[in-house]
Design a protein around this ligand. Sequence first.
Ligand code: PLP
Length: 232
Amino acid sequence: MTTIVRNLQLVRDRITTACFAANRHPASVRLLAVSKTFSAEAVADAASDGQRAFGENYIAEGVEKILALRGQPGPALEWHCIGPVQSNKTRLVAEHFDWVQSVDRLKIAQRLSEQRPPELPPLQICLQINVDGGANKSGLAPDEVLALAQEVAQLPRLVLRGLMSIPEPAIDFVAACAVHARARAIFDEINSAGVLPAPMDTLSMGMTADLEAAIHSGSTMVRVGTAIFGGR
Ligand SMILES: *Cc1c(COP(=O)(O)O)cnc(C)c1O
C-alpha cells in the first residue's frame, strides 16, 4: 500500500469518527482530495483506492492534470476548482472542470455560464463566503450571499450547489466550531428563505486541521490536501 492510499484511509477514518461523534451518517460528508502542487501520478494513486473528487487551486496546473488523466480506466474523476478565478481564466475553467467552489462575483459566474460548452453538463457552483473577515479577503460578506445566490441560480449553464468557506486557522476545536457555525447559519438561512429554485445541498468547509470541527458544524464536503498527499 502506498503512503497516499494509507493516508486516504486514515482521513476516511477521521471523517467516519467525526460523523459518529456528531450523530451524522458518514455518507453525509464527501471527501474532496486537494491535489494542488502534487503530480498526476499522486492523483492516480488516490484514484486507484476509489477517490473520485479532486480539488485544484491553480487553473493551468489543474487543467494539465485533468488532461493527463483523461481516459484512464475506471469511473471518470470529478474536478473542483477551489482557487481564485480571474476573468481571463473562466474559459479554461468552464471547459475542463466539473465544479467551481470559489465564485464570489456575478461577472465570473456569467462568464462561466456563457463559456460552458453545450455538450457538457452544467457546471456545479459553490459561492465562496468570508465568515471571519480574515486576511484572505476573497469571498462574499455574509449580507451579500443571498443576492448572488439568487442571480447564479438563474444562469442557464450553472447549477448552484452551495457555499464554500475557508476561514483562518482557529486556535482550538471550540473556536473552529464557532466560525463554521456562522457559515452553517448563512447556509440554513438562505435555504429556508425559499427563494431558490432548489435548495442548496453542499456546505464545503473543513480542511486537514479542522475537518472534525467542520463536520460537527454541518459540513457536507471536507477539502483535504496535506493529510492525504503530504506537506506542500
Ligand atoms: C489547499 C486548500 C485546501 C487543503 O488544505 P490542507 O490544509 O492541505 O488540507 C482546502 N481548501 C482550499 C481552498 C485550499 O486552498
